[in-house]
Ligand binder design. Structure first.
Ligand code: ATP
Ligand code: MG
Length: 564
């Protein structure tokens, strides 16, 4: 069913499934589902759930359904329905059969409501939302019965039908389960099963319904109707499990999936609540749901993350029952590892300083060949152009160098990566004393070898001025400056911790010519700078935009080992 080839590591849920299979439960079947609510884009926390659910189906030759939990039409829409499907596929998974919607079951859910009423297990209640809350009691105090709790079956049936017919206003009536107002579990104190919502056009059912079932009622029934065996959800639903079981135990349905909870992913320096992500988008703090600083799958994709790196991340963090805050470094390390192996190397000068090689003939152009990857020959070579005028990065020249500085200095020598050794002869400054150009000379005997008796310590990257393409480069940093913006101090809002330097745009960068052929989303290592990808969506004026995915680590050490 699924295209990824890796087998995922074990965890307590897989161990439970192993036991069930050994005991012959569910006729040896494993069926999971991923049930997003289409009220936002998927984020890295959802990826954890996706890799868990689809990964189990894949490794146990089972099935995994994609089911939209679309019972709250007010905040849902088709854009989200579509983006979620795209992102699940992009992560490397295919759902079994068609796309399911909880709304496909609205009629059946209604009929099960009728069944509950007939069996004296549900009633129509006229209390206001506030009264319901008040009567519910607290953790210390039991609840009190609604005055409508003892309505007759006939009256309840008629009222429920009228609710459906649209005879009442929003909030005027609800259908409630009749369970136990004194239960120590507040979720069992006659929870609401249905509420009235007029004036919303549901993205799937249009205006067919004005009553909508609650999540806690819809979810178990949808699971059972689809023959789900293991219903995996996050820990906050642990207290809802008795209600999940109650619903299935009190209707005539012959399937009873097992709900198992695991801890949510929380990641440092970001937020994961859809309410907050929506706010960041709607209030313009980011460019959109796919802004490369967002923890969304769409954002990570635009940032240059690969599906394999995200799956690897999900494996590394594992599945447990304890809540924690995962370091951003773990996610960054996953993409670095992937791109280190797979991204072709390129040269890109982000903050250009012109260098004229005065002893290089003005008309001459040399074509040099360079490996796309230092360790992987199979990745081939690309052509580099060398000419009299080149750009190097401003930070690779210091007029008054600090100690141990190994790059270019007045009268010093440096190797141009993949090319010659040059010496700095003259510094050209403007009227303000700003360095605007260097005049250097090259040693024609140093292509691929060091000059006699000279040890050249530094290696810097460069591009040929006449061949380079211009580009805009966006350097992204963490969206928040606090590791846990959600846990912000009292009186502070998570938005108070937005990092004002989360995006730095460099508008005048020069990239080696071969990058002119890059396709949208294609990833590269810009040597000595980091990993970058061509933005999927944007060009700035007539320039392509490259996004920095992640910085390099140990770059300099690696360069030295390779000896230029
Ligand atoms: P929110 O409360 O912010 O709206 P949600 O959990 O309700 O988020 P859903 O769209 O309902 O979002 O989630 C779909 C599935 O993804 C659920 O099974 C949910 O448990 C899981 N999920 C959502 N967030 C995380 C997370 N941070 N870590 C792991 N699983 C998650
Ligand atoms: Mg939800």
């Amino acid at each position: 069913m699924s295209q990824t080839e890796e087998r995922r590591p074990s965890n307590f849920i897989r161990q439970l499934i192993d036991k069930d299979l050994a005991a012959g439960k569910n006729n040896g079947k494993v069926a999971t589902r991923f049930p997003p609510e289409p009220n936002g884009y998927l984020h890295i926390g959802h990826a954890k759930s996706i890799v868990l659910n689809f990964g189990i189906a894949q490794d146990y030759q089972g099935t995994c359904n994609l089911r939209f939990d679309d019972t709250n039409p007010h905040k849902e829409n088709v854009e989200f329905v579509e983006s979620i499907q795209k992102d699940v596929k992009w992560l490397g998974y295919e759902w079994s059969g068609k796309v399911y919607f909880a709304s496909d079951y609205f009629e059946m859910l209604y009929q099960y409501g009728v069944e509950l009423i007939k069996n004296g297990k549900a009633y129509v209640c006229d209390q206001t939302a506030e009264e319901i809350r008040e009567y519910r009691g607290t953790l210390k105090e039991p609840g009190r019965a609604s005055p409508f709790r003892e309505r007759s079956v006939e009256e309840n049936l008629s009222l429920f039908q009228k609710m459906r017919n649209g005879e009442y206003a929003d909030g005027q009536k609800v259908l409630r389960a009749k369970i136990d107002m004194a239960s120590p579990n507040i979720n069992l104190r006659d929870p609401t099963l249905y509420r009235i919502r007029h004036g919303v056009i549901h993205h799937q059912t249009g205006e067919a319904w004005c009553i909508y079932p609650m999540y806690d009622y819809t979810h178990p029934i949808s699971d059972a109707l689809e023959g789900i065996t293991h219903s995996l959800c996050t820990l906050e639903f642990e207290d809802h499990r008795p209600l999940y079981d109650w619903v299935l135990d009190n209707i005539s349905i012959d399937c009873h999936p097992q709900q198992i909870e695991f801890s949510r992913l929380n990641l440092e320096y970001t937020v994961m609540s859809k309410r907050k992500l929506t706010e960041l988008v709607d209030q313009g703090f980011v460019e959109g749901w796919d802004d490369p600083r967002m923890p969304t799958i769409a954002g990570l994709r635009r940032r240059g993350f690969t599906p394999a790196a995200i799956r690897d991340f999900c494996d590394r963090i594992g599945i447990t029952k304890s809540d924690n805050l995962v370091e951003m470094g773990v996610l960054e390390d996953c993409i670095r590892t992937d791109l280190n192996d797979n991204a072709p190397r390129r040269m890109a000068v982000l903050q250009p300083l012109k260098v004229v090689i005065t002893n290089y003939p003005g008309e001459q152009v040399e074509e040099l060949e360079s490996a796309n990857h230092p360790q992987n020959e199979a990745m081939g070579v690309r052509k580099l152009f060398f000419s009299r005028e080149i750009y190097i990065d401003r930070s690779d020249f210091e007029e008054i160098p600090p100690k141990k500085y190994k790059r270019l200095v007045p009268a010093g020598v440096v190797r141009l990566r993949n090319s010659y050794v040059i010496q700095c002869d003259e510094i050209i400054k403007d009227n303000n004393g700003e360095i605007i150009e260097l005049h250097c000379s090259y040693d024609p005997d140093t292509l691929g070898k060091n000059p006699e008796g000279v040890k050249v310590k530094g290696v810097i990257h460069w591009v040929s001025a006449q061949h380079a393409i211009q580009a805009e480069v966006r350097l992204y940093d963490r969206l928040f400056s606090h590791p846990n913006p959600d846990g912000a101090k009292e009186g502070k809002d998570y938005k108070d911790y937005l990092n004002p330097d989360s995006l730095r745009t460099l508008t005048h960068c020069y990239l080696e010519a071969s990058l002119g052929d890059a396709g949208p989303g294609e990833q590269f290592q810009f040597e000595r700078e980091g990993y970058f990808c061509l933005d999927e969506a944007h060009i700035s004026g007539d320039k392509p935009v490259f996004n920095r995915t992640v910085t390099l680590r140990d770059t300099w050490a690696r360069m030295e080992q390779q000896g230029g």
